[in-house]
Ligand binder design. Sequence first.
Ligand SMILES: [Zn+2]
Length: 275
Amino acid sequence: MKKLEAPNFDDLDILRDMSGEGNPLYRRWNLIESIRGAYGNYDVQRGNGHQIGAAVSITDSAKFAILSCVKNWSGPLGVFEDIRFNLSPDVCPMCGSFSTTSIDHVIPKELYPEFSFYSKNLVPACSCNSKKLLNFIGSPNERVLHPYFDEVLRKRLIVSSFGRPLDSMTISVVVAPDLDELQSEVIFHIDKLIKNERIAGYFSCEFKKIWTLPDHYFNNVQTLTFDIMKVELERKLHRLDEEYGTKNNWKSALYSGILLDEEVLRYIFNKLQNI
Ligand SMILES: [Zn+2]
């Protein structure tokens, strides 16, 4: 999860390019004006999935025409490869993992084909977009957060949570306990995009490294006290937040959850004493 600056494309120009030989989208249906309105409404509603559909009027035949073009994701649409590879190559802005291998339509193209080629609806993403599918909204306060529009993404939204007993290594992702806005939206986003075996496995793997590879985490394990350990973990969390440009990368989520749980800190300290 990461707040990104929206890409700056001439989206209507891209649509016009698609009206070339063999692509009847623009010439046959003359959609540009109606899509211009849809794009404008998307911006006004800041990509909020509950509202962006309200003011859009596009015929079914036009939607079919656009979807038929989605299959030809090449030619002028190659411009969007910049979103896939360059906009956030080190962290997934949708879930906080550490890769972006595809492009996600925040508002699903299957339901809103008019946003299939709108750059502000296209975000770099990892495989989490195959978990989301059409689940972009729920009840009125439930929706997927939008990396280009939701400023709340600059806050710490997700933390790890440790099941008991701690030896069971059952670590999940939950909403940050001090979050004071958009809790329902964040919980929905976590459920639909992030919470699965993949992040649980990642948390467990990274957690064990703290005492199996202690030199990677602490200046001097031999002289480490509980308080120094805590300070060094806090420092590591701060560095991770800066390194990835978001407090909601998976490593930061793990460490912020550790620092919230005194029992987990004691558990780590005991492990470090026994190496
Ligand atoms: Zn992801």
